[in-house]
Write a protein that binds this ligand. Structure first.
Ligand SMILES: [Zn+2]
Length: 76
């Protein structure tokens, strides 16, 4: 499964510094203590340079990828 096919990645401008450096999930901002799963490359532009930064997301079963989290969101 290619995660980039299901959700468009944010641009680098929308990322926090922690997301930019792969320490936080690019979708929910949760810290990736155990390492993240590759989420693809966020594209952006720094000055005249186009950049593509590898970003990461929660591992399956944790953070925004956990079933419990999704169930909580639907209970709002
Ligand atoms: Zn997440």
């Amino acid at each position: 499964m290619n995660p980039t096919a299901t959700r468009p990645l944010p641009t680098t401008h929308a990322l926090t510094s922690a997301q930019y450096s792969g320490q936080d999930c690019t979708w929910c901002g949760a810290p990736l203590w155990r390492g993240g799963a590759p989420a693809g490359r966020a594209r952006g532009q720094i000055g005249a340079h186009v950049v593509a930064v590898p970003v990461f997301q929660c591992q399956p079963g944790t953070g925004c990828e956990s079933i419990a989290h999704r169930a909580m969101e639907t209970n709002h």
